[in-house]
Design a protein around this ligand. Structure first.
Ligand SMILES: C[S@@+](CC[C@H](N)C(=O)[O-])C[C@H]1O[C@@H](n2cnc3c(N)ncnc32)[C@H](O)[C@@H]1O
Length: 462
């Protein structure tokens, strides 16, 4: 509510030269000793920016006009650039995106990890910079102006606002065709979109996933439990518009949490599973099974893990935070045995099934919290784990995990990180306990987005 007693300071506009990109994809500029983070500003741009937040040493601003464009700007693809929260770096030449990501990892290790000269290796670029994602989650929402059902993605920085998607350059065009067919059918049938403010309405999410190896395309339609008798019409509309579809599943969720996973699921058409391949391995993917979203680059990531690990052939290897066991299964032929640990039971079931499917008999998987599991493993006095691979979620390691890893005295720890800040903090904790970071290789899994993946190696200090 507007409070007339509170004096609004007038918006402040600044002319800023963008020098760098910060973690998260905003431009970095300086103004009178302050750092200014600038939305939509790329290195090399001179912009007129509106300041919308001022803290003592850090200001935040939005570029409203490009006064002189960076030489590394390129025409972006697709109608939603600048609106969609996904492609923050689209419009910046790919080589510059890679350079910026490498420098962000380097800076994080320096500033947050206290490592003066991070042992950086060249970034590994993605083989495809468009249409590389194998899975995309679209949300249904109510258009605030027209009241109509819309289907698309979230506005940048707005978990509560969705725009109507026409095209997305990160996925093949079939994905947008699925969205358009579903939207047209649901509008014609006057099915209301679920409204997360009122918790009314029916259609919630549309998750589209495709196997790069087999071409199978599975659509997961998530709704509330109300019965709108949509099955036959939905299947006819979608398979008529997109004949490549091999499976349609319907998931039901009445939970308030906005997650595209149902409490129960029915197969409406075809087959709900698909087969994906990474290197020599095959994976059977259930609709909700976790799988790396860039299949081709996932194989490159796992090859990088194997090169970084330099497995000697006879080592017990831990695959901690193993998800569906993909890294462990990749490493298994090169070591004596793999022990995977993961906290989600469904993923552990998938990991075991994937091991069986690929005839891998030296990998086993346990469902546990890594911290609890390590405490027990440590208490058992085992020092057999010579190689440890860790791939934690964005938050990084629990602060007690580095000590427990070091207690096992592994020959090497390979850390797969999706968050440079967490990697830097954990590198310091491992460093304080005698494990030095000896190589770091950024690998770009998600071109045009601000996500940064890297693989770091930790070895005991001599
Ligand atoms: C980045 S994913 C790694 C997946 C896998 N390595 C891959 O490449 O497919 C992180 C995994 O850690 C699991 N996880 C998160 N916190 C955990 C914990 N405290 N203990 C065990 N697993 C955890 C998540 O469920 C998720 O599967």
């Amino acid at each position: 509510m507007h409070d007339p007693r509170r004096r609004q300071s007038p918006p402040q506009y600044l002319e800023l030269e963008i020098e760098d990109l910060a973690l998260g994809g905003r431009g970095v500029a300086h103004h009178e000793g302050k750092v200014v983070l600038v939305e939509h500003g790329f290195p090399g741009d001179l912009v007129k920016a509106r300041v919308y937040r001022r803290r003592r040493t850090l200001w935040e601003a939005q570029a409203e006009e490009i006064l002189s464009a960076s030489p590394w700007r390129e025409p972006p693809r697709g109608p939603h650039v600048g609106t969609c929260g996904g492609c923050k770096l689209q419009g910046l030449a790919y080589a510059e995106q890679l350079a910026a990501k490498t420098s962000q990892v380097t800076e994080a290790l320096r500033r947050l990890g206290g490592i003066d000269a991070p042992p950086m290796r060249d970034s590994i670029p993605a083989p495809e910079i468009f249409e590389y994602r194998n899975k995309m989650e679209f949300s249904f929402a109510v258009d605030r102006e027209t009241g109509q059902l819309i289907c698309g993605m979230h506005y940048a920085g707005r978990f509560d606002r969705v725009f109507d998607l026409q095209e997305c350059p990160l996925v093949p065009p079939t994905y947008a065709a699925v969205v358009q067919a579903a939207r047209a059918f649901l509008r014609e049938r006057r099915v209301p979109a679920y409204d997360q403010r009122t918790h009314e309405g029916h259609a919630r999410f549309l998750v589209v996933r495709r196997s790069v190896a087999s071409g199978e395309l599975v659509v997961n339609f998530v709704t509330t439990s109300a019965d709108y008798a949509l099955k036959d019409g939905f299947v006819t509309a979608l398979t008529g518009a997109v004949p490549e579809i091999t499976g349609i599943v319907h998931s039901v969720s009445d939970r308030k949490a906005q997650v595209a996973v149902g409490e129960r699921m029915d197969v409406w058409f075809g087959r709900d599973h698909m087969t994906e391949r990474l290197g020599d391995l095959e994976f059977d993917l259930a609709p909700n099974a976790f799988f790396q979203t860039n299949s081709r680059q996932a194989a490159a990531l796992y090859d990088l893990v194997v090169r970084a690990a330099e497995p000697s052939g006879d080592e017990l290897t831990l695959d901690l935070y193993c998800g569906t066991g993909t890294i462990g299964l990749y490493v298994a032929p090169r070591v004596s045995a793999v022990l995977g640990v993961e906290s989600i039971a469904e993923s552990v079931d998938n990991a075991r099934a994937n091991a069986a499917r690929n005839g891998t008999d030296n990998a086993s998987f346990e469902c546990a919290d890594v911290l609890d599991w390590l405490k027990q493993f440590d208490a058992a006095g085992s020092d057999d784990a010579r190689l440890i691979v860790i791939d934690p979620p964005r938050a990084g390691l629990h602060p007690d995990v580095p000590k427990l890893l070091v207690n096992l005295k592994p020959r090497r720890i390979v850390y797969v990180s999706c968050n440079p800040a967490a990697l830097a903090r954990d590198a310091q904790l491992l460093g304080n306990r005698g494990y030095a970071i000896t190589q770091v290789t950024p690998i770009d899994m998600f071109p045009h987005t601000a996500h940064i993946e890297s693989v770091a190696v930790f070895d005991p200090r001599a």
